[in-house]
Design a binder for this molecule. Structure first.
Ligand SMILES: [Fe+2]
Length: 81
């Protein structure tokens, strides 16, 4: 992606999308680990994973806001969607 020719705003949107993929992967992993902790009665671990999971959700929300409100994609991209 980094070697592709594209407008800066399109590149920004692509970078944000890639970062969100990572966040979603992390949310999946931490969510699963938290479920295991719950099943095993490991409440301290569960609490730590809940805190981490919430941080990941916040990061995802921040990236969504960044993509929607701070990246000015060329209007032709929106028209083609
Ligand atoms: Fe993260």
């Amino acid at each position: 992606m980094m070697n592709e020719k594209m407008e800066n705003s399109v590149r920004d949107a692509a970078i944000i999308a890639s970062a969100q993929k990572i966040e979603h992967y992390e949310i999946s992993g931490y969510g699963t680990a938290r479920a295991y902790a719950m099943q095993l009665g490991l409440s301290e671990v569960e609490d730590l994973l809940t805190a981490t999971l919430n941080e990941e959700y916040e990061a995802d929300d921040s990236l969504t806001a960044l993509a929607f409100f701070d990246v000015n994609l060329p209007s032709r991209i929106w028209r083609s969607a």
